[in-house]
Design a binder for this molecule. Structure first.
Ligand code: SF4
Length: 326
């Protein structure tokens, strides 16, 4: 648990975020942070926070932090009675799938995802009918219904390994078209794609990267694989949020350009204060629906609980567990 002192703005917790959170703003966060810590103890609850959450959530109230894969693993392992997902709805569904006896709460039901919303279970069945015998690899950024129609899931961190593990010449890889094309280019496996895009990462362009390189000599460019292939090609390294964090750890003094969601850069800048970050900022509006105040409200009222049809959850779990076994 975090240590909170009554002095508020000068406490140890504030030290973590002080170069990103102004003192005046911190004062407005303190009541919620204190209430959340008390409620977590009373409810035996943990808060899982995705890397794209704002620093006051990620660094000040989260118990478990990471990308989709890390959060899925931790949801399975935790012995807490209540999981609050400081992320988007598909992440809460995945947590519920992997921890069916726990209570999973999402502070705002409308925290969606352009990728998850791009495809339905019926779309997956139609793809299978058009390409009989071709395995379906589904990005975790999908609903439980879509996972239930899939052979195996993947994240941006393990997509290459998952696809190669199947030993086939072709794969139906859904719903992120750019991730599928990027993995197809890396592996030489024919990708049957779906036109789903992350509304944050699809907006980056190679011209933007060229401009930043011109303005920042020696810049090292890291791009998330949900970016268009021409953006990945213009970068020095492409990897999941966890892989980007690992890369930054090993290159502490380089100027680094993070081609991903704004808060990921903020959170890494807090962890690596000696690194010079260049941060083009595209924000995920869905992640930003989660706030300290609605996390507190979720724990006070035990809402909004995520429930899943047991049969659908069991089929979806099979696809997620196949991935976790790799
Ligand atoms: S950043 Fe993109 S993939 Fe992640 S939740 Fe937002 S819209 Fe979905």
């Amino acid at each position: 648990m975090n240590q909170i002192t009554p002095q508020g703005g000068t406490d140890a917790l504030y030290e973590r975020v002080r170069h990103l959170v102004p003192a005046m703003e911190w004062e407005t966060f303190l009541a919620d942070i204190r209430a959340i810590e008390t409620l977590k103890r009373e409810r035996n609850a943990v808060i899982l926070a995705h890397n794209y959450q704002t620093p006051e959530i990620f660094h000040c109230v989260a118990d478990i932090r990471g990308d989709s894969l890390a959060l899925a693993r931790e949801a399975q392992e935790t012995d807490a009675d209540v999981i609050v997902m400081a992320g988007v709805h598909f992440m809460a569904e995945t947590a519920k799938m992997l921890n069916p006896h726990g209570t999973v709460l999402i502070p705002d039901r409308k925290a969606g995802c352009s990728l998850a919303d791009s495809i339905t279970g019926a779309d997956v069945r139609a793809l299978r009918a058009r390409h009989p015998g071709v395995p379906v690899v589904t990005y975790v950024n999908t609903s439980a219904e879509v996972k239930a129609e899939s052979d195996i899931c993947c994240t941006s961190g393990n997509a290459k390994r998952v696809v190669e593990s199947l030993g086939t010449d072709s794969v139906i890889m859904i719903p992120d078209e750019f991730l599928a094309r990027n993995i197809g280019a890396e592996t030489g496996i024919r990708m049957i794609t779906w036109p789903g895009h992350c509304e944050v990462h699809e907006r980056f362009t190679p011209e933007e990267i060229d401009r930043m390189r011109a303005d920042n000599p020696g810049l090292v460019v890291l791009a998330h694989p949900e970016c268009p292939p021409e953006v990945v090609a213009a970068s020095d390294f492409s990897g999941s949020t966890a892989m980007m964090a690992d890369f930054v750890r090993g290159h502490a003094s380089d100027p680094i350009l993070l081609v991903t969601e704004c808060s990921m850069s903020d959170n890494l800048a807090i962890q690596y204060p000696r690194t010079a970050f260049v941060r083009p900022c595209n924000m995920c509006p869905h992640m930003k629906r989660i706030t300290l105040s609605n996390i507190r409200h979720a724990l006070e009222t035990m809402t909004h609980e995520v429930t899943l049809d047991p049969e659908l959850a069991s089929r979806g779990r099979r696809a997620v567990e196949r991935m976790l076994a790799i």
